[in-house]
Design a protein around this ligand. Sequence first.
Ligand code: IPE
Ligand code: IPE
Ligand code: MG
Length: 237
Amino acid sequence: MSEIKNIPVHVSIIMDGNGRWAAERGKERVAGHFEGVESVRASVKASVEAGVKYLSLFAFSEENWNRPEAEVMTLMELMLRSMENEIDTFVEQGIRFVVLGNRARLSDKLNAMIDNSMQRTQDGQTLTVIVFLSYSGKWDILQAATRLAKQCAQDPSKLESITPETFSSLLVTADFPDPDLIIRTSGESRLSNYLLWQGAYSEFYFTPVLWPDFRRDEYFKALESYSKRDRRYGKVK
Ligand code: IPE
Ligand code: IPE
Ligand code: MG
């Protein structure tokens, strides 16, 4: 068990470095994606152990559609298979499973599996696992802005009452708290169009560890680092 005080409510991870992990071993990129699934399992387990309530995972960005078709297909296949394999365990353990992103770009088969998995786990109270799939921050902000524009066209009085909170309620993340901690693996220090709005006051943790090597100990190191941060939100003590 961890002794760490100040556990973040919502931990979000940009899971990066699968391709490099595979390349280091003279393997195909997909071998890194397969091994990365084990790190997802480890992070879910560690989140439950630590008492984190929301774990979100950036699994596939809108930009990732521009990768070679074979890699995209493998990643989608892996998503499908992981849901098939894990959902029973999630139901047993009270883990709620949610997918957020541009669902219109996903196949009917994958969407059906996502709907089924979300429906079966909807009452989970222990941990909520959010997978961002075909997601990008700019896409999210634009879909919210488009919906808001439509509402205002119908009812111009709405223009007077737009606040950060009302805007947040139009983002796909409306039902969930903003991430307290955003972890990125593989040594890249960028957001890659992830939670642009929701990450406004997140703490960041960048580690050189590649995603397939990011397991329990690395996860707890990130929590340890977070526990020492002083979140000021622009104020003075
Ligand atoms: C992260 O690993 C997985 C996805 C983005 C889908 P990468 O596939 O980006 O691995 P690197 O960055 O090429 O090593
Ligand atoms: C970010 O990783 C997206 C995900 C982890 C899903 P990328 O590997 O796609 O990001 P860039 O291209 O290095 O910025
Ligand atoms: Mg990458």
